[in-house]
Design a protein around this ligand. Sequence first.
Ligand code: GLN
Length: 236
Amino acid sequence: MAESAVRIGLVLPDVMGTYGDGGNALVLRQRLRMRGIDAEIVEITLNDPVPESLDIYTLGGAEDSAQRLATRHLQRYPGLQRAAAKGVPVLAICAAIQVLGNWYQTSAGERVDGVGLFDVTTSPQRVRAIGEVATNPVLAGLTQPLTGFENHRGGTTLGPDATGLGRVTKGVGNGVGDGSEGVVQGSVIGTYMHGPALARNPELADHLLMRALGVTELAPLDLPEVDRLRRERLRA
Ligand code: GLN
């Protein structure tokens, strides 16, 4: 039986994607291919409308001005919002958390309306958060510590419809004093972790893939270099 490839949306890599965040799409594709599942990456740039038909979406971080362009594009072409409403998994890194929220304030103090997929708001904090960040996951199904690199001025406040992804054990995370890092709302997951996040957190990658495939289990992958990277980074 011929099955069509899993289509991974890499959303606006031309304006969002600092610290190798585009690698998250590569990790998803590779973890599928290693299991014999055909997969392809679909790049959606500022020249393209955002399709609602993909199986999974990833968005990366950005500077303030670039994230404004991305916000406008996602509002103009609401394919991502339509996909999320159907329960399609979305991974949003750093600035993408802010863009997908209700509103965010830039470092210059300007308030920008967001896409509204996350019940969160973001405002600049006194001190920029830069460095390694580690958390214990609170998202059901995740058991292993999460690790990444953060660099953001914005601090994100969770509203009643959003929950954190993890509880900070090292670093700053959402940065508003509640000890949370990242956001989960329905099938949309956000984190301040660059790295790229999915290379450093394979359990999170498989969580997103299981949701995309509609399965509750995936064959384990034996990747000693990933285990070594995790051990090294969790000590950093
Ligand atoms: N511009 C945003 C901030 O400083 C996000 C930065 C990023 O994505 N690395 O909060």
